[in-house]
Write a protein that binds this ligand. Structure first.
Ligand SMILES: NC(=O)c1ccc[n+]([C@@H]2O[C@H](COP(=O)([O-])OP(=O)(O)OC[C@H]3O[C@@H](n4cnc5c(N)ncnc54)[C@H](O)[C@@H]3O)[C@@H](O)[C@H]2O)c1
Length: 443
C-alpha cells in the first residue's frame, strides 16, 4: 500500500502478510506475566478508539528493548552478573520516560508492562513524553552501598546507548532513590564528557533535582483521592485509609492524607502489617520503621497477618507496593469504597471487573500515581533552562495538573459509562495514536 490513508478494509487484505504474532517470541506464552494485564487493558479500550484503532498494534509492541549483562566486583573480590533491562515502549509524543527498579523478581514482561503504563500515564496527564522503564534483577538489600554504586554505574553505561536528556530519561522506582539517580547522572556525564543533569530525574536537589519531587507521587495520590472522595460524597476528614507499601509513595500519601484529617487505620509493608482503629500517625510509624527495621511492634497498634490486610474496615484502600496485589482472590473481601492506585498495575483485570460490579471506584495508577512523573517533567524543564522554581510554585502546578486531569477523565467516564481506568485509556491511547497517525510511518 503506497497511500498513507488507512486501509480499514482488512477483509480485502492478505492477512498472512501482516506479521501480527499475537505474542512476541521473547515472552513465555504460558505465563505472559504483567504484560498480559496491559494487553487486556488495550483490548478493552480498542472499541472506543474509532478510526485510530487502525494503529492499535503500535500500542501492543514496545518500540525498543535493550537487555544487558551487568557484571560487578563484589566486596569479597568475586564477580557477580545481573540481568538488566531498558524498554522504550513508545516515543510517538516525545522522549521515553520512566523509572528504574531494582528487585529480585524483575522480568522482561514486568519492565515491558511498566514501560507501557508510562506511555499511557504520560499521555493521560498530557506530558510531552513517551513511555520507558528499566530494571535490574537483584535483591538490593543483600548488597553494600559500594556494590550498588558499581552496579548502577555499570548498568548506566550499558544502557547509555539508548538514554539521554532528549531520548529517554530514567527516574527512581522501587528500591532506587535520589542517590541512585546521582550515580546515574554522574556516570552518564562522565561518558559524554559534560555534566548532563537532564538525563535522569528524581535527583537530589543539590544536583539539579526539583523541590517537591520526593513527595510528588504521594501528593498526586492525595489530590486525585481527595477529588474522588468529593465525587463519592465521602468526607475527607475522618476518612479511614488502609495503605499497602510504606516507601516513597505510600509514606508520603499516608502523611499527606493524615495532615488533611484522614485516619490511617492500617499499614502493610514487606516486613508486616499493623492496624489501629484509633488511627496511626505516619510520622511515628516511619520513625519506628527507620529505627527498628520493621513496621510491626509500633505502640498502640495490633499486628495482622499479611492476608488479613484485605479485610480491614476502611473507606479508602491505597495499594502502593507492587503489581498484582488485588486479584479475584481478595477483591470480594475489600471493604473500601474507593481504591487509589499508588502502585503500578496493582489490580488484575478480573479483579477490576469484580470491584466495578461491587460499585467500588478505582482511581487508576495511570492517573493516581502520575504526580511523580509530572514533577519529574518540571525537573527536566528546570534542568534545561537552569532556572529553578520554588516548592510552592511546583506544588501549585502539580495540584492543578492532577486536579484537572482527574476532572476531565471523570467527565469521559460519565460520558461513556465506563470505569475511570477505561476513561484514562481512551484519552491516553487517543493522544498516542493521533500522534502516530500524524507522524506517519517511517520510511
Ligand atoms: N517512586 C515514584 O515516584 C513512583 C511513581 C509512580 C509509581 N510508583 C509505583 O509505586 C509503587 C511503590 O514504589 P516506591 O517508589 O514507593 O517504592 P519503594 O521501594 O520506596 O517502596 C516500596 C514499598 O512496598 C513495600 N513492599 C514491597 N513488597 C511488598 C509486599 N510483598 N507486600 C507489601 N508491601 C511490600 C516495601 O516494604 C516498601 O514499603 C511501585 O509500584 C512503583 O512502580 C512509584
Amino acid at each position: 500500500m503506497t497511500t498513507t490513508e488507512p486501509n480499514l478494509n482488512t477483509a480485502a487484505q492478505d492477512t498472512s502478510k501482516l506479521g501480527h504474532h499475537a505474542i512476541p517470541s521473547y515472552l513465555d506464552p504460558n505465563d505472559l506475566g504483567p504484560y498480559a494485564i496491559y494487553l487486556e487493558q488495550v483490548e478493552r479500550v480498542t472499541p472506543y478508539l474509532g478510526k485510530l484503532a487502525y494503529w492499535v498494534e503500535t500500542l501492543k509492541r514496545p518500540k525498543r528493548i535493550l537487555v544487558v549483562d551487568v557484571p560487578i566486583h563484589l566486596d569479597d573480590g568475586t564477580v557477580a552478573h545481573f540481568e538488566g533491562y531498558r524498554v522504550q515502549h513508545n516515543t510517538s509524543r516525545g522522549p521515553a520516560k520512566g523509572g528504574v527498579r531494582y528487585h529480585q523478581d524483575v522480568t522482561l514482561s514486568e519492565v515491558m508492562a511498566l514501560s507501557a503504563w508510562m506511555t499511557v500515564k504520560n499521555a493521560a496527564v498530557n506530558l510531552p513524553y513517551g513511555g520507558g522503564k528499566g530494571g535490574i534483577r537483584i535483591d538490593p538489600r543483600k548488597y553494600s552501598t559500594g556494590e550498588l554504586e558499581r552496579l548502577t554505574r555499570r548498568y548506566t553505561t550499558e544502557i547509555g546507548l539508548v538514554i539521554g536528556p532528549e531520548k529517554d530519561i530514567p527516574a527512581p522506582d522501587v528500591n532506587t532513590n535520589p542517590q541512585t539517580m546521582a550515580w546515574m547522572m554522574d556516570t552518564y556525564s562522565m561518558n559524554v564528557g559534560r555534566t548532563a543533569t537532564g538525563v535522569v530525574t528524581g535527583k537530589p536537589v543539590a544536583l539539579g533535582g526539583s523541590l517537591g519531587r520526593a513527595d510528588a507521587t504521594g501528593r498526586g495520590v492525595f489530590v486525585t483521592g481527595a477529588e474522588a472522595l468529593k465525587k463519592l460524597g465521602i468526607r475527607l476528614e475522618g476518612a479511614r485509609i488502609a495503605i499497602q507499601g510504606f516507601g516513597n509513595v505510600g509514606e508520603a500519601a499516608a502523611r499527606i492524607f493524615h495532615d488533611h484529617g484522614a485516619k490511617i487505620v492500617a499499614i502493610q509493608d514487606v516486613t508486616g502489617t499493623i492496624h489501629s482503629d484509633g488511627g496511626i500517625d505516619p510520622r511515628t510509624a516511619f520513625a519506628h520503621l527507620k529505627q527498628s527495621g520493621k513496621i510491626t511492634g509500633l505502640a498502640d497498634t495490633d499486628e495482622l497477618t499479611r492476608d488479613a490486610f484485605w479485610d480491614v474496615d476502611c473507606d479508602v484502600l491505597i495499594p502502593a507496593a507492587l503489581e498484582k496485589q488485588i486479584t479475584e482472590a481478595n477483591a470480594g473481601r475489600i471493604r473500601a469504597k474507593l481504591i487509589v492506585e499508588g502502585a503500578n498495575g496493582p489490580t488484575t483485570p478480573a479483579a477490576d471487573d469484580l470491584l466495578a460490579e461491587r460499585g467500588i471506584t478505582i482511581v487508576p495508577d495511570v492517573l493516581a500515581n502520575a504526580g511523580g512523573v509530572t514533577v519529574s517533567y518540571f525537573e527536566w524543564v528546570q534542568d534545561f533552562s537552569s532556572f529553578f522554581w520554588t516548592e510552592d510554585e511546583i506544588n501549585k502546578r502539580l495540584d492543578r495538573i492532577m486536579g484537572e486531569a482527574f476532572m476531565s477523565l471523570w467527565d469521559v467516564k460519565e460520558k461513556h459509562g465506563v470505569t475511570l481506568r477505561t476513561a484514562a485509556y481512551i484519552v491516553a491511547c487517543t493522544r498516542v495514536l493521533e500522534a502516530r497517525a500524524l507522524r506517519g510511518l517511517y520510511p
